[in-house]
Design a protein around this ligand. Structure first.
Ligand SMILES: C[S@@+](CC[C@H](N)C(=O)[O-])C[C@H]1O[C@@H](n2cnc3c(N)ncnc32)[C@H](O)[C@@H]1O
Length: 270
């Protein structure tokens, strides 16, 4: 976890400066929304006046977007450098968002209150070793009748070999949650940047769809929406993908071959 945090700290400024996070668009246009929030907007319902917490908010672009849809937002992340970026962007946007530092598994104690909804995803769950523990945290953060809004990379996508360059999609990493993480050492990141990044170590865990849903149901959630998508908001399989006007990447060739992301909404009882 400490190596992951250090790697996120080192990447945060490069992410904020990269065109991929569209910070200049957020500042220039008060109605601009992140492509991630824009994608799921038809599914989100009316968030006006609701209190929301964005778990693993990174530099806060999705958090600010949800505030622009009328929610009263807070964001939590364990990377202080990411939160510095988030606070700076939020100030420059004139948005009121509370950004709090904390580890995901300590979020109920760190935040000390409950919310109408939890928003999370797009490269969030893969940094967590224990999906059952995550679901318990989400349940504890929600008021009765509270809702989880999740869009995440599909576990089949995370299981593929992203470095394969012979045109084949090959299953290489675990689909199911494992005790030991997959570890990668790299001085690269997932945005376009000229910044010189430190050699960092990423430790990640996959979580199968059944594991995610079972963890939520064990905590008393009812799954009210589940959709698999043919697109993903980053270039997840370089050499296999094309980007559309919506900022979403799709497989070249037959996009029906593989789900790349999913949206899952789940409710607690009243
Ligand atoms: C790819 S971002 C996901 C957020 C959003 N989709 C985005 O792209 O801006 C992953 C975030 O998870 C955070 N993170 C990873 N592990 C965490 C943990 N155990 N507790 C809190 N935050 C964590 C990282 O610091 C990083 O900011």
């Amino acid at each position: 976890m400490e190596e992951n945090r250090a790697t996120w700290d080192d990447r945060a400024e490069a992410h904020a400066k990269s065109g991929n996070y569209h910070v200049a668009d957020f500042i220039a246009d008060p109605s601009y929304l992140s492509e991630v929030v824009q994608f799921d907007r038809p599914r989100l319902g009316d968030l006006t006046g609701l209190e929301g917490i964005h778990l693993q908010c990174h530099i806060g672009t999705d958090t600010i977007s949800l505030a622009r849809l009328g929610a009263r937002m807070a964001g939590l992340d364990f990377s202080e450098r990411s939160l510095e970026m988030a606070r700076d962007i939020s100030t420059r946007c004139g948005t009121s968002v509370d950004f709090v530092r904390g580890d995901l598994y300590e979020a109920p104690e760190v935040l000390g209150r409950q919310y109408d909804f939890v928003f999370t995803g797009i490269g969030a769950l893969c940094w967590l070793p224990d999906i059952a523990g995550w679901a318990a945290v989400v349940r504890r953060l929600l008021k009765p009748s509270g809702r989880l809004l999740l869009r995440e990379g599909h576990p089949m996508l995370w299981a593929l070999d992203e470095e394969r360059d012979d045109g084949l999609l090959v299953v290489h990493h675990p689909y199911f949650e494992t005790v030991e993480p997959e570890t990668e050492e790299t001085s690269e990141t997932y945005v376009e940047t000229d910044a010189v990044l430190k050699l960092g170590r990423w430790h990640s865990w996959n979580h199968g769809l059944g594991e995610v849903m079972s963890a939520l149901m064990t905590e008393g959630f009812t799954i009210r929406l589940f959709e698999e998508h043919r697109s993903v908001p980053w270039n997840a399989l370089p050499g296999h993908m094309v980007v559309g006007d919506d900022g979403e990447w799709r497989l070249t060739g037959d996009a029906d071959r593989l789900p790349l992301t999913y949206t899952l909404h789940a409710d607690l009882p009243g």
